[in-house]
Design a protein around this ligand. Structure first.
Ligand code: ADP
Ligand code: MG
Length: 225
């Protein structure tokens, strides 16, 4: 298989959790897998553990070294803000075309699965003219849309789906990853979303048996194959 872009309805919804789960799934099967999280904000080189690139590197079984961090996340910013704001806080600007070129090079150079994690939601600004949506359009790879199960997620998922499909992107799956402490049961959210979803819909519960989570990643891997 080739690349898949893992996007989300927002930040903290489960994109990295899904990417890391897929990485472990492919590795358990002995299949080649690589990951790219080109842009990361809220990153502190003095304390990388727990950051998205560190979580992805650990799932890949690689050391969290400055070289590996450079490779998996070349654009790292200190402030926990949108990429455009985090870059501006360091008197920098993100070169959108350079991000596109780097991702294209990674896609062309991967023999196996390449999981590309976006940043924030689908329309987070990267610079003054581009959002994550523009990056997804430029790369034109299959997408996984990850969402939480918090109250309010229905409109966020359906708005994101609408935008993605209007731009004729290849939406392979919508994953609802259970939000900690959400007042709405995951199954109820999935039941309502099923009426409107235009891509296969998967639920990832918390505190569920490992075999249940494994089955979701197995299904997801088939959808992106
Ligand atoms: N289904 C889940 N089960 C357990 N923990 C989860 C699940 N989904 C997300 N998380 C946890 O929630 C937090 C936020 O998820 P994360 O994947 O980092 O979000 P994002 O990448 O979209 O910002 C992380 O600590 C992650 O491990
Ligand atoms: Mg993440």
């Amino acid at each position: 298989m080739s690349a898949v872009f893992i996007t989300g309805t927002g930040t903290g919804v489960g994109k990295t959790f899904v990417a890391a789960g897929l990485i472990r799934y492919f590795r358990a099967l002995g299949q080649p897998v690589a990951a790219l999280k080109p842009l990361v904000s809220g990153f502190d080189l003095a304390a990388p553990s727990g950051s998205d690139p560190a979580v992805l590197l650990e799932a890949l079984g690689r050391e969290v070294t400055p070289e590996e961090l450079n490779r998996i996340s070349p654009w790292r910013f200190r402030a926990p803000l949108s990429p455009d704001m985090a870059a501006r806080a360091e008197n920098k600007a993100i070169d959108f075309q350079a991000v596109v070129d780097l991702a294209h090079t990674a896609i062309a150079g991967t023999d196996g699965a390449l999981l590309i994690e976006g940043i924030g939601g689908i329309m987070v600004p990267l610079d003054a003219r581009h959002t994550v949506l523009d990056l997804m359009i430029a790369l034109n790879q299959p997408l996984i849309l990850v969402a939480g199960s918090y109250l309010g997620t229905l409109s966020h998922v359906l708005s994101a789906q609408e935008v993605i499909l209007r731009r004729t992107l290849d939406l392979r799956a919508i994953v609802v990853s259970e939000t900690e402490g959400a007042p709405v049961p995951l199954d109820a959210t999935l039941a309502t979303l099923a009426n409107f979803a235009k891509a296969p819909l998967l639920g990832l519960g918390r505190r569920v048996p490992a075999r249940q989570t494994d089955a979701v990643f197995q299904h997801l891997a088939k959808l992106i194959a």
